[in-house]
Write a protein that binds this ligand. Structure first.
Ligand SMILES: *[C@@H]1O[C@H](CO)[C@@H](O)[C@H](O)[C@H]1NC(C)=O
Length: 442
């Protein structure tokens, strides 16, 4: 049995989307940071050519104001009820503004490297984290077909402590969004903290977060399959495909959404937990970290291969390269889980050993997102500490990293680790074997 892994045709769900009617603010001209990457052919990383890409920030981070003035439509974690009595009126009354990426968000890109800074004090507000998408040109996202190919990048997360997550991942996304400001983000948690869903505001029924001054959840959520090739800090890392039914973009409402936002994580149609390969969690506690086999105090290369053909993903393999040495993903050491790559079989065993629920297939993603975030729901403990926190850490699957169970509280990391940052660079994409010289690793 292979992964049941449907390769979605992007246009199939593009056509089901309503024509968005959101408005674009004119106060600040938008200049997208440029990020060059390489498309590879042939073998061993020797035949790669430069591709000029650019980046766009997610709508959630943007200034949203009255279309004919400066009143905030959304301020802190609340909507202005005069401008936003319901989703339709709010969509008609409010405009999303262009942004200065480095000054406001701490996002800088230079030639082939992108740096996301954690806390950025701007003129009007303090920004926390960011989420950007790789684009082909000013108005189209870059779409990656993963199966049969490999995606490679360098990462420096030496300045990313417990509680933070510098992520590079894929979600099914429409190729185009209106002027690229109201990106129809979606993920396998059925994201409900989005200000816009499918071109309309999510202001109705919005509940401001109790512990996040900038966020809340609306009644609607946006679901789609998610391929998390990289969720990591300097302590822990996880490679996690999440499936959804349907795999493409779909909108859920209230308790039907499941995911992060509800006690019943499994109420929705997505696999909220996914099938994660975290070396620490499968027993290899000395593989990834500062001074370890993959030494996170220095930059390194992350290779992810999607073996299979057509719509059938058979296996996901991971390699690291550091100091010109190819490092294979480690073999699990806890009883009952075998193999250093993800297959359906591996995922089934993990589920059995960790006694967890998750969905059937595993999702392919197509649009590339890079983000830096802290976690107002679970303090990132699912990545880098013991989780659930009240479970016995000696029970398989509970220990995921060496961070303290009291770490990762957003108020603490935002004040103590404001200067944290992650840098992604040297992105390469091409057929399996084309982006790096594999000799030495298995
Ligand atoms: C809400 O918007 C209205 C209309 O622009 C404005 O007069 C009012 O001051 C705003 N309220 C808040 C709390 O910002």
């Amino acid at each position: 049995m292979g992964f049941s892994f449907a390769l979605r045709v992007i246009t199939a769900f593009l056509s089901t989307r309503q024509i968005a009617a959101q408005l674009i603010g004119k106060e600040q001209t938008e200049v997208h940071p440029k990020l060059q990457w390489k498309r590879c052919t042939g073998k061993g990383g020797n035949s790669c050519s430069n591709v000029a890409g650019e980046l766009v920030i997610d709508a959630n981070w943007r200034w949203l104001h009255a279309k004919d003035g400066y009143s905030n439509c959304y301020d802190g974690n609340k909507w202005n009820t005069t401008l936003c009595p319901d989703n339709k009126k709010c969509t008609a009354n409010c405009a999303l503004e262009g942004e200065d990426y480095s000054k406001t968000y701490g996002i800088t890109a230079g030639s082939n490297a992108l740096t996301l800074k954690f806390v950025t004090k701007g003129q009007y507000s303090t920004n926390i984290g960011s989420r950007v998408y790789l684009m082909k040109d000013a108005s189209n996202y870059e779409i990656f077909k993963l199966i049969g190919n490999e995606f490679t990048f360098d990462v420096d997360l030496s300045q990313l402590p417990c509680g933070l997550n510098g992520a590079l991942y894929f979600v099914s996304m429409p190729q185009k969004d209106m002027e690229l400001r109201v990106r129809s983000y979606c993920d396998a948690q059925c994201a409900r903290d989005l200000k816009y869903i499918n071109g309309e505001t999510n202001s109705e029924g919005w509940e401001p977060s109790s512990n996040d001054a900038n966020a809340g959840v609306g009644r609607k959520g946006a679901c789609c399959a998610e391929m998390d090739i990289w969720e990591a800090n300097s302590i822990s890392t996880a490679l996690t495909p999440h499936s959804c039914q349907p795999e493409g973009y779909s909108v859920c409402t209230d308790t039907g959404c499941g995911g992060t936002y509800l006690l019943d994580r499994y109420a929705g149609t997505c696999d909220a937990n996914g099938c994660d390969f975290n070396p620490f969690r499968v027993g290899v506690t000395d593989f990834y970290g500062k001074g370890m086999t993959v030494d996170t105090s220095k930059p390194f290369t992350v290779v992810t291969q999607f073996l299979g053909s057509g719509a059938n993903l058979q296996e996901i393999k991971r390699f690291y390269v550091q100091n010109n040495v190819v490092i294979a993903n480690p073999e699990p050491t806890i009883p009952g889980i075998f193999g250093n790559s993800l297959t359906q079989d591996w995922c089934d065993r993990e589920k059995e050993v960790f006694q967890e629920e998750y969905g059937e297939g595993h999702g392919d993603g197509t649009g590339a997102c890079m983000s830096l975030w802290d976690d107002h729901y679970a303090n990132m403990l699912w990545l880098d500490s013991n989780y659930p926190t009240d479970a016995d850490p000696s029970k398989p699957g509970v220990a995921r990293g060496s961070c303290d169970v009291g770490s990762g509280v957003p108020a603490d990391v935002e004040s103590q680790n404001a200067n944290a940052q992650v840098t992604f660079s040297n992105v390469k994409f091409g057929p399996v074997g084309s982006t790096f010289a594999q000799s030495g690793g298995t």
